[in-house]
Design a protein around this ligand. Sequence first.
Ligand code: MTE
Ligand code: MO
Length: 198
Amino acid sequence: MPGKYFTKPEPAQSDRVPPGQYLAKGFPVLSYGETPQINTDDWLFKVWGLVTERRFSWADFMALPQQDFTADFHCVTRWSKLDVKWTGVRVTDFLAAIAMDDRATHIMQHCYGDYTTNLTLEDFARPENFFAHTLDGAPLPAEHGGPMRLVVPHLYAWKSGKWINGIEFLDHNEEGFWERNGYHNRGEPWAEERYAGR
Ligand SMILES: Nc1nc2c(c(=O)[nH]1)N[C@H]1C(S)=C(S)[C@@H](COP(=O)(O)O)O[C@H]1N2
Ligand SMILES: [Mo]
């Protein structure tokens, strides 16, 4: 895989690049299907299931605490990108703004375009996870999930839903799009949890 677009990690980076991954020189786009074009005036984000149901307009979401983040990004198709710079809302700050039911143990991410991906509440509520609307100081481009995506740095990037528009709170595991299609339920890159049953 090394070549024009990918490089083998330097030894000094090896503690940051999970096994079997190469460094991408640019920021590849990995989307299943078309890129939805969503204007922030029309954007609506919902929480439902084991939570007090609520809708956030773009302005509601921007009123939540905003922060800068630097995070590594690991795609299961074997490219990684280190130190990606984002701005957005920390998942723990988002959770503090809603009223989740104590019975919730799992969540499902729902996205414009119908992509879904699941997480345990524990993997979702980690302090390094965030909703991102800005990449390198500019509005998040549509192909990278703009206007809003989730970023979950400790799992393979298919767990970071682009064009996110809702979180469903559950008391059991449900599989999302790639999990139903053979990917691992959790997707931890250091353990190479790429495919189900391996
Ligand atoms: N809604 C949606 N989210 C998605 C995807 C997708 O196809 N649709 N692809 C996933 C995969 S496999 C990866 S690697 C990352 C890619 O993000 P990028 O295109 O910004 O590099 O988004 C993830 N989130
Ligand atoms: Mo991916």
